[in-house]
Design a binder for this molecule. Structure first.
Ligand code: TNX
Length: 527
């Protein structure tokens, strides 16, 4: 029987009583008993849905269950396929996907354009389940919620049971939509390089938490990570290194296209960043003419910042940037191009703003919307340019005048900060960031004077100076990325105690997925 053990969680479900959750009535064909217990099914939802009303009873997934794709939109069929795989892995049952299924209990996927675009309504009752999205994205997010209402065993790729084992999904109605449009993470593939497979896994983990932007740091002092056909030295020279002197790497254009397409299937938009005019040693080492003294510097494998810059007074620098932006824009279906702009210490303010003004024009000429770190707020921003806030206390008055802002305050969202003094990985310049600090804040009131409607959302950057492989990435990202996903998706009210319980409830799923998450001792992780 389902019991409401967490008052905070039941409170948000004001509209419904905590329902009993009896074992579902069996289908007509003889079946083994339902074996999968759902001790606290609604406590496993993260990010928290906007509204949830528990119902009575449960829907039993059994051998006669069908998935109905009421729309033939390819992306909905893809979600239907994910649902089918999940059920197969959780139960051993192979259930068909059909356009209709008269008489059979069904899981029905549909689109209703009257719902918010990324929103969905999930209705689970003993006689059927319907998941309706405002778009294919909404159906996908509804599936992520449904996934958290099904046994975590479904995350294991090996099929556990040889004999069909039905399970139940508790009756509920969930109406949900994101608070913010921009729910992102940034992965720095420059300081250390991560393979296409690693990045795909990272995308999967973002999508599970309903995040929809992957900002990829594709260049920095220590390495250049994307093939540019008109500038081959960037990969023959610039890509060879990474922090610590281990070999770097790069994505071919074909690999990058594949990555972007993989992300798009999961409703994640890739935001490519080429950081400039600073953080450019890898490019400067590849092409001598980008340096004012025409001397290419040696590759850099340390972690200092602020020492490099393009020769911004030369026309040839802009011809170079035009080549880069043109090629990357052509490979990137998403509307954004991130031009970096942070930590430039060797140019005058006038040189810096002239440069940023010009690069915004190049980005716009290639059909993309510019994004830049918050230093760019000193320039003449185009009406479309997005400013990414990162320095917790610097230039906030200028930031408050920007038209579009992404919030990545270093002291709350920087996934590369240590959790505590003893964390082996990570940095400390923005302080230690325990989970509660990532969770307990409101994007609408963070920057004094910044109108709430100028905040596009939240992004959690993960810089990779100290991260040698994807397991290290996961250790710093989880659980904080999940906390930030909730800050970006869920309504403003925060309930730390209820969140702790829901976070602890992720352990079986995250373990099944093999996530190397930090088991913070203040959280009661479920076995
Ligand atoms: C500052 S955040 C940087 C990066 C570093 C990071 C380390 C930002 C825009 N610039 O170059 O990797 O600190 O936390």
């Amino acid at each position: 029987m389902f019991k409401c053990l967490v008052p905070g969680l039941c409170l948000f479900a004001l509209l419904g009583a905590c329902a009993k959750h009896p074992r579902a009535a069996g289908p007509t064909a003889p079946m083994p008993p339902a074996v999968t217990p759902h001790p606290l099914p609604f406590d496993a939802l993260l990010p928290l849905p906007a509204t949830l009303r528990p119902g009575a009873g449960a829907f039993a997934v059994g051998a006669d269950t069908r998935i109905i794709a009421a729309t033939q939109a390819p992306q909905v069929l893809e979600t239907a396929r994910l649902l089918e795989i999940y059920i197969r892995q959780a139960s051993g049952l192979t259930i068909p996907i059909t356009a209709d299924a008269a008489g059979s209990p069904a899981l029905r996927l549909a689109i209703d354009a009257a719902l918010p675009e990324e929103g969905y309504r999930l209705n689970v009752a003993p006689d059927g389940l319907s998941l309706t999205g405002g778009s294919a994205a909404g159906v996908f997010y509804g599936f992520q919620t449904l996934r958290q209402l099904m046994p975590a065993a479904g995350e294991y790729e090996a099929i556990l049971y040889r004999n069909p084992q039905p399970f139940t999904i508790p009756a509920v109605q969930i109406d949900d939509a994101p608070r913010y449009a921009w729910r992102g993470a940034m992965l720095d593939v420059s300081r250390h390089f991560f393979s296409v497979e690693d990045v795909k896994r990272f995308i999967d983990l973002l999508a599970l938490h309903k995040m929809n932007r992957l900002h990829l740091g594709l260049s920095n002092d220590q390495g250049w990570r994307i093939e540019i056909k008109s500038r081959p030295n960037l990969t023959t020279i610039g890509a060879a290194t990474e922090v610590g002197g281990t070999p770097g790497g790069f994505y071919t254009q074909e690999q990058y296209r594949d990555l972007v397409a993989y992300a798009a299937m999961r409703f994640v938009t890739v935001v490519p960043e080429i950081d400039m005019p600073g953080h450019t040693n890898a490019a400067l080492a590849s092409y001598a003419e980008l340096n004012c003294n025409d001397v290419a510097p040696a590759p850099f494998t340390g972690t200092a910042v602020g020492f490099s810059a393009f020769c911004v007074d030369r026309e040839s620098t802009y011809a170079f940037i035009d080549d880069i932006v043109r090629e990357i824009a052509a490979l990137t279906p998403g509307p954004y191009f991130h031009l970096g702009g942070d930590e430039v210490k060797t140019l005058t303010p006038a040189q810096y703003t002239t440069f940023v003004n010009r690069v915004q024009q190049i980005v716009s000429a290639h059909g993309k919307q510019a994004v830049g770190w918050d230093e760019i707020a000193t320039s003449d921003l185009l009406p479309t340019t997005i400013v990414q806030h990162w320095r917790p206390k610097t230039d906030l008055d200028r930031l408050a005048r920007a038209a579009h802002v992404i919030l990545s305050p270093g002291d709350r969202t920087y996934l590369d900060m240590k959790y505590h003094d003893g964390t082996l990985l990570g940095l400390t310049w923005a302080g230690l960031i325990p989970i509660r600090q990532s969770y307990d804040w409101d994007p609408a009131t963070l920057v004094p004077g910044l109108a709430a409607d100028r905040v596009l959302g939240v992004e959690a950057p993960l810089w990779s100076e100290t991260l040698g492989n994807i397991r290290d990435v996961e250790y710093l990202a989880f659980p904080r990325a999940a906390a930030l996903a909730e800050v970006a998706w869920s309504p403003a009210a925060r309930d730390w105690e209820a969140f702790r319980v829901r976070l602890g409830a992720q352990a079986p799923r995250w373990t099944a997925l093999g996530i190397n998450f930090y088991r913070d001792p203040s959280i009661d992780w479920r076995p």
